[in-house]
Design a protein around this ligand. Structure first.
Ligand code: AMP
Ligand code: ZN
Ligand code: ZN
Length: 414
């Protein structure tokens, strides 16, 4: 009899204990964040969807929230701007000052996108990107391309990441990220990225107002349609928060709008860390004033500054990689020298200019259970996106320059 009572008590205890565990599990899953997918369409302008038939973008915007426009950081080049989105830091605080630059302390040049470069070395990358914040705090990240996503940061990397290879088809990128984020799959990533470069490439080659770019935009719309389908198939339709954005716009160039540096200074007196449309000029020891004065005298179709005199809003003074003289071309102008120009010519269009120039402004939209639907909100700076993502993922953000209050208006209030 005693044995029987003991047996029943133990059984009862086990039932209650298991029930308790279950309810604890349920509670946990209730506070678990919705997954976030961050997508960059490189070089995407708001007007691209305004002037083309884009049913999938239209659907996305109807279901989601759009910013009037997004203000990128200066300089409006792919690596500085993407690294700001990822870290919430201004350029002077993350140190990715151009797509290609020399570091006099590391005594090495980094050139993104070229095989001989060493972009994975973590010494280049200042700040903490959101995928690392997520991993450090127990979430899982899966990045299928993002500038800087190949580097380990404080020894940490995304659970899934891949070396950049622009030839990997866009649908393959989507298929992989969907598999990684599928809540019934093996990885169950909480955070994912996707990156598409072909609109930017077409923009450089043919110009932002070309039929080639229009065709690329229609292709991008189909890719977005494919992604939205895959989101449903992969059981993410109800939960995923998607941020669809870009790094900068695009401005037409002209062979009539050239600034030849050798007409003003002796190029042997300087190192040009990057050329155009922002020339980063490091004069030889003791020659800064002479070089600066020579360029300043001719100031037409560009602005030239000593590093410390750059307007504060550029947030481009306070990093040792920024050299003594910074020259910023007016939109449409190219800073070059004759031998280079004669050999290589110029593209149809580019970016990199002042981040407040209308042509450099870019696109931001988002959709998902935490975002408002069918609204357009005022423009904001890309530096705040890190705080937004940290909030969506319930993460404590690393120190950064963003401010959650600037982007709170995108979200449904709890
Ligand atoms: P931009 O020269 O500023 O227009 O940069 C766009 C180019 O950057 C793309 O066409 C790619 O070739 C390159 N790119 C983008 N992401 C990466 C990456 N993660 N690693 C290396 N190169 C990249
Ligand atoms: Zn870009
Ligand atoms: Zn580009």
């Amino acid at each position: 009899m005693i044995r029987k009572v003991l047996f029943i008590s133990i059984a009862l205890f086990l039932v209650l204990f298991t029930a308790n565990c279950n309810s604890a599990e349920t509670d946990l899953s209730q506070t678990y964040p919705n997954p976030v997918l961050l997508i960059s369409i490189d070089g995407f302008m708001n007007e691209y969807i305004e002037r083309n038939e884009t049913p999938n973008f239209d659907r996305f915007l109807a279901d989601g929230v759009q910013a009037e426009y997004l203000i990128p950081v200066f300089p409006t080049k792919t690596f500085p701007t993407h690294w700001t989105i990822a870290t919430g830091l201004y350029t002077e605080n993350h140190g990715i000052i151009a797509n290609s630059f020399y570091d006099y302390e590391l005594e090495d040049r980094i050139s993104f996108g070229t095989p001989e470069s060493t972009p994975n070395d973590e010494r280049w990358w200042g700040g903490e990107p959101i995928w690392i914040t997520a991993e450090k705090q127990g979430l899982t990240s899966a990045t299928f391309f993002w500038p800087g996503s190949e580097a380990s940061i404080s020894g940490v990397q995304s659970t899934k990441w891949i070396d950049y290879d622009g030839s990997i088809p866009n649908t393959t990128r989507i298929d992989s990220v969907m598999t990684w984020m599928n809540p019934q799959g093996d990885v169950r990533a909480d955070f994912g990225t996707l990156y598409f470069s072909f609109i930017d490439s077409r923009g450089h080659r043919y110009g932002p107002n070309s039929p080639e770019v229009d065709n690329a935009v229609i292709e991008m719309d189909e890719i977005l349609g494919y992604l939205l389908e895959q989101i449903e198939i992969n059981h993410l339709g109800e939960t995923i928060n998607i941020i669809l954005t870009s790094d900068h716009g695009m401005a037409e160039l002209s062979d009539e709008k050239l600034i030849f540096l050798e007409d003003m200074i002796n190029l042997d007196d300087v190192d040009i860390i990057d050329w155009s449309p922002v020339a980063l000029i490091k004069p030889e020891e003791g020659k800064t004033e002479k070089i600066y004065n020579a360029i300043k005298e001719n100031e037409q179709n560009y602005n030239v500054y000593l590093r410390e005199e750059l307007p504060e809003r550029f947030r481009f003074s306070n990093h040792y990689r920024i050299p003594e003289i910074v020259m910023i071309a007016d939109v449409g102008y190219t800073i070059t020298n004759r031998p280079f120009y004669e050999l290589r010519g110029i593209n149809a269009a580019t970016h990199g200019y002042d981040n407040l120039e209308p042509e450099m402004l870019t696109f931001f939209a988002a959709k998902g259970p935490d975002f408002k639907a069918g609204e357009i909100v005022p423009a904001f700076e890309s530096v705040h996106i890190y705080e937004l993502m940290a909030h969506l993922l319930n993460l404590t953000p690393a120190p950064n320059d963003g401010n959650f209050e600037e982007v709170e208006l995108l979200l449904i209030r709890d």
